[in-house]
Design a protein around this ligand. Sequence first.
Ligand SMILES: *[C@@H]1O[C@H](CO)[C@@H](O)[C@H](O)[C@H]1NC(C)=O
Ligand SMILES: *[C@@H]1O[C@H](CO)[C@@H](O)[C@H](O)[C@H]1NC(C)=O
Length: 232
Amino acid sequence: MEDLLKASARMINLPSTGLTILLYPWIFWVLWTSRNQLLFEDKFFSETEMVAKAIKAAKEWQASLPDRKFVSDSPKDCHPSNSLPQVPAHCHLMCSDAAWNGSSFQGGLAWICKDAANTVTFQGTESRRYVSSALTAEALALKAGLSKAISSNIKDVICCSDSKVLIDAITGNKNVTVIRGILHDLGVLSNSFSSISFKFISRKCNGPADLLAKNALFLLSNNPSVVGNSID
Ligand SMILES: *[C@@H]1O[C@H](CO)[C@@H](O)[C@H](O)[C@H]1NC(C)=O
Ligand SMILES: *[C@@H]1O[C@H](CO)[C@@H](O)[C@H](O)[C@H]1NC(C)=O
C-alpha cells in the first residue's frame, strides 16, 4: 500500500501520462473499487494494474471534458499534425477561439490575425452574457474574427480553430443544426474574400487566442458590467 502511494506520487509528476488533471483522486477511487472487488468478488489486482486503471480512468474523465481548455505557451507542445499552416506571402492567418462557462452560459470570444511574416495585424475579444453552447461560442468567435478581417481589407485568409466540430461543419463533413444560422452568416462573410480556407489546429497550437478568450470570460464573470468588445 505504501509502495503504491509512493509509486502514485511519482506517477503524478510523469508527463508521459498525458494528463492535465490530477491523478491522485483516481488512484484513491481505484484503491476503493479494487478493495471491493477483492472483498466481494475475490478479484486481485496488482499495484501496477491499479495505477494503470487509475490513469485510464483519469484519461477517460479528461476526454469527457469538452469545454475545458488547457493553456500551453510552449510551442514544443504544438504537434505538427494539427499545427498552424504555412502562410503564403499575400495571405493572412486568423486564429479564433472561445471560452465558455457551461454553468453561467457566459462566453469569451477571441481572434488573432497575423500576416505571412507572423506579425499581428489585429486581435480582439468580445464577451457575451449568454451563449447556448461551446460550439456556438467557437462559431461566434470565428464570425467576429472574419468580420474584422473584412473591415481590415484582408482578401486572402486561412482561418484556424481548435474546434474540430466547427471546422467539420464548415467544410461540409457534418450537418450541425445548432449553429446553422451562424454557418449561414459565415458563408455570406466568406464571399467577401478572394480566397478563404478553414483548418483545424490542436488546442495547444491555439494558445494565444485561447488565452485572450479566457481573459475575456474571466473579466465578464468577475465584473458583470463589462460587456462588449475590446480590440487592439
Ligand atoms: C462559471 O459560472 C458559475 C456561475 O456563475 C461560477 O460560479 C463559476 O465560477 C464559473 N466558472 C468559471 C471557470 O468561470
Ligand atoms: C441538415 O439537416 C437538416 C435537418 O436536421 C436537413 O433539413 C438539411 O437538409 C441537412 N443539410 C444537409 C446539407 O445535409
